[in-house]
Ligand binder design. Structure first.
Ligand code: P6P
Length: 337
């Protein structure tokens, strides 16, 4: 396979974007490059996870009450490290950390942004070599510069994000991020160790054939959701089908596929978890931002995900996200917004 050396690297692309805004400070571009550096370091460990003792449980339980895999901790430290030692971020919120982390040093206190991330989503799949991912959202601080960031910086509605993105560690490693100007995807070229533009200006097809949901919870979903899922199974060529059910238990991989090819991903509330399983701040919000910029829709079954005003770092939300027309059919069939 010949590799085109004339493609833009992520660094070149972020600098190109920066040059279009002469008044921009470059902090966001620097932050995105920092996130990509950490992603490359995590990628090395993910790729050799089967060979070294980085698999398996780290013996600890995270704030979610889930077994923490060693790779979770490594990934968390990589992303927190590049942000703490960078020039763009005043603090972070992470799935792996019980509370927000305020960096509180002179450079960080003068930095414009805070970042919320899930360092390694789908980590239950690490030991069986299924694609996993990193998810992040970037907010401009609402607290005064020159002082430590505050909880209010992190508890902003998702519509306030200035950028959001994800990394999918799969058959190839991709870094995808959105600003309000568009969604762009970069694939890691191991021969030069750089993310290179492979998916410029990603838009989500208005419809698709993939529906992603955990069928094992079917009888725990409300009647409207069950009715929609039943309808997915009854689709034929005559009414926009047939649909394919694709759900690999790794949200980054499932939503990435549906973003590119068209589809709908659902993690509804269940009898056991009426508030859903997925976290608002560092899973639902970043993907909702990305999908909306790409032309898709994301709701919690009642309203727009990005309008939710958060109250806590680890709060959960039901999530319905994907192609616009499929989301409209869900709203109509399941009588949800
Ligand atoms: P379930 C992984 O743990 C995760 O947070 C998402 O990546 C994934 O989509 C979901 O949970 C899978 O949850 O309950 O269907 O196994």
């Amino acid at each position: 396979m010949s590799i085109n050396r004339n493609v833009l690297t992520l660094d070149e692309f972020t600098l190109q974007q920066l040059r279009q805004f002469p008044t921009a400070t470059g902090e966001l571009s620097r932050l995105l490059r920092d996130m990509a550096l950490a992603a490359k370091r995590v990628n090395v460990e993910v790729n050799k996870a089967g060979l070294v003792d980085i698999l398996g449980d780290a013996g600890s339980i995270n704030v979610q009450g889930e077994d923490v895999k060693k790779l979770d901790i490594f990934a968390n430290n990589q992303f927190m490290g590049v942000l703490q030692h960078g020039i763009s971020c005043a603090g972070i919120g992470s799935e792996e950390m019980d509370d927000f982390v305020v960096f509180d040093d002179e450079i960080s206190n003068n930095s414009k942004y805070v970042v919320l991330f899930d360092p390694l989503d789908g980590s239950g799949n690490i030991d069986v070599n299924v694609s996993i991912g990193t998810i992040f959202g970037v907010y401009k601080r609402v607290s005064p510069l020159g002082k430590p960031c505050t909880k209010e910086d992190f508890l902003q509605p998702g519509k306030n994000q200035v950028a959001a993105g994800y990394v999918v560690y799969g058959s190839s490693t991709m870094f995808v991020y959105a600003t309000r100007r568009g969604v762009n995807g970069f694939t890691l070229d191991p021969s030069i160790g750089e993310f290179t533009m492979s998916h410029p200006n990603i838009t989500c097809p208005p419809s698709g054939k993939f529906y992603s949901v955990n069928h094992g919870n079917f009888f725990q979903y409300n009647e409207g959701v069950r009715k929609y899922i039943d309808g997915c199974q009854r689709k034929t060529k005559e009414n926009g089908g047939p649909y394919t059910q694709r759900y690999i238990g790794s949200m980054v991989a499932d939503v990435h596929r549906n973003l590119i090819k068209g589809g709908i991903f659902m993690y509804p509330g269940t009898i056991e978890k009426p508030g859903g399983k997925l976290r608002l701040l560092y899973e639902a919000n970043p993907f909702a931002f990305i999908l909306e910029v790409a032309g898709g829709v994301a709701t919690d079954g009642i309203g727009r995900i990005l309008d939710i005003v958060p109250t806590s770092l680890h709060q959960r939300t039901p999530l319905f996200i994907g192609s616009k027309l499929m989301m409209e059919e869900l709203a109509e069939v399941a009588s949800i917004k």
